[in-house]
Design a protein around this ligand. Structure first.
Ligand code: MN
Length: 501
């Protein structure tokens, strides 16, 4: 037992799993053999993926597969954060208050520290790529999510890299296994590690990186913040430090001049090679990459940077963590930081006016948000739209916004649609801002869809103002029922009373 194990609370993946095991219906395990090629993701699509995957699906438990065909002794975890309720459990708060919890963590950020190698659990086992028996493809059971995918992917690989002048960055990137010691790495335009890579490549240098998998969930969710909350050069690991009230621990890699996350289950060390590009589907020629967060298959990229693996280090009996790309897990990982960024910006611009924000799962936590506004007087009619503009100005990838009043439950889509149905007139309450920067993975954001769009990833942004005009508020009071404790009448239903969250 190291010191780490004595700490209270969630501090690594295993303590996160222990917390879930103490609750009913949050984590299941199976010994049934599963093929990592398309079967594992196919199972979880039905069990718990949710989000934007094709129906049928549902919100369900996280799942550990103990018997992965072709990988004796390997375990794969999927869906750890594929429910807002579960993320609340793992981050010590209620699902509703995650926005504010993350917003506070940004203000309380604590920089990571580096610990000695002999204390780093992630280096209990070391495999070096210069060993002739080394083969990435047989060491780790990277799943292929669908039969159309370009290859096996590490879907929750937190890439850590640094630049001598510009600092350190951590970001989850799409990593496709290409050979015994090679992977391709996909960067959406403007990602910070890609800027480091371009600088290194211009000087003819490889870029040392570590890929960290199987982490305290505070780390990947903190890493998903984007500029302007975490501008170029900002080390997002500091937000996980803020969430936990103690620094994330790093350790020097064994094979490259880089650091890795000391409590990771699995670390892949390597360098991004200068001047090299490979087709993402060079081994399969499927034309597809993998299912992306908007729910569609991403196109295989014809020329991606190549990551040369130099070593893999793991804990004993490591758990490989993955996700189903378009699922609810993307919504929580991307969306809760989105909510927190918008919340902090609205608090700065319009203090106290926006009380809740939900980055809705229909947009994978990026494209659609519902915002609750607290109107106090007639001038607040205009502040609703001002808050929407603040949100659009804060988070570039946001496309549509639904603005509702205090009496609407933003996490209940039926209630939001009710507000849109009874509190909107389309000609005066829908505001469209054409031709703004958006996201390339939304297929409607293309000149083929609308010839007025200059390029892919340019979009109209739409504000749906479903709030009641202040002077008409008396006509929009919801019918009030008597507040009764229902529990004596329906004891088996496990109803909450009084409702606390
Ligand atoms: Mn960054």
């Amino acid at each position: 037992m190291s010191d780490n194990d004595a700490r209270p609370g969630v501090h690594d993946l295993r303590s996160a799993l222990q917390r879930l095991q103490a609750r009913p219906d949050q984590l299941i395990e199976t010994d049934h053999p599963v093929d990592p090629h398309a079967e594992l993701a196919g199972v979880y699509k039905r069990v718990g993926a949710g989000g934007t995957v094709a129906r049928p699906t549902q919100i369900g438990p996280a799942m550990i597969f103990n018997n992965v065909t072709g990988y004796p002794g390997s375990r794969v975890l999927v869906g750890l954060m594929a429910s807002r309720e579960r993320v609340g459990l793992l981050l010590d708060t209620s699902p509703r208050e995650l926005t504010q919890r993350m917003a506070e963590a940004v203000k309380d950020a604590i920089e990571p520290i580096t610990i000695d190698r002999d204390k780093a659990r992630c280096q209990e086992i070391v495999y070096r790529a210069d060993d002739p028996d080394f083969d990435l493809r047989t060491l780790l059971p990277a799943p292929t999510n669908t039969d159309q995918d370009a290859g096996p992917y590490f879907c929750l690989g937190l890439v850590l890299s640094s630049d001598p002048d510009d600092g350190t960055d951590v970001t989850i990137h799409r990593l496709c296994v290409q050979g015994r010691d090679e992977m391709t790495i996909f960067f959406a335009p403007g990602r910070h590690i890609d800027e480091f890579r371009k600088k290194a490549e211009a000087q003819g240098n490889p870029l040392p990186v570590s890929i960290n998998m199987g982490l305290d969930p505070a780390i990947p969710i903190g890493a998903t913040f984007e500029a302007p909350t975490t501008p170029y050069g900002y080390n997002e690991l500091a937000i996980a430090g803020g969430l936990r009230g103690r620094p994330v621990e790093l350790v020097d890699c064994v094979s490259v001049p880089q650091r890795s996350i000391a409590n990771a289950e699995v670390v892949i060390e390597g360098v991004i090679l200068p001047g090299r590009r490979d087709a993402e589907d060079q081994n399969t020629h499927t034309g597809h990459a993998m299912p992306e967060f908007p729910g569609y298959n991403g196109a295989a990229h014809p020329a991606l940077p190549v990551l040369k693996v130099t070593a893999i280090t793991t804990r004993r009996d490591p758990i490989l963590q993955t996700l189903v790309g378009p699922g609810e897990e993307h919504t929580t990982l991307a969306g809760i930081p989105t909510e927190a960024s918008i919340y902090n910006a609205c608090e700065a611009a319009l203090p106290g006016f926006v009380s809740e924000i939900y980055a809705h799962t229909a947009g994978g936590g990026k494209f659609l948000a519902v915002m609750k506004c607290v109107k106090r007087n007639a001038t607040d009619d205009g502040r609703v739209r001002q808050a929407a503009l603040v949100a659009l100005g804060t988070y570039r990838e946001l496309k549509n916004l639904i603005m509702v009043d205090e009496d609407v439950d933003i996490f209940d889509s039926d209630d939001v649609l009710w507000a849109m149905t009874t509190r909107m007139q389309g000609d005066i309450d829908i505001i469209v801002i054409p031709g703004v920067s958006g996201h390339v993975l939304d297929p409607s954001q293309s000149p083929a869809y609308n010839p007025r769009l200059a390029a892919r990833g340019v979009t109209a942004k739409t504000i749906y103002d479903a709030t009641v005009p202040f002077h008409l508020r008396a006509e929009f009071a919801r019918a009030q029922f008597r507040d009764v404790d229902p529990r004596p009448f329906a004891p088996d239903l496990d109803l909450e009373y009084p409702v606390t969250s």
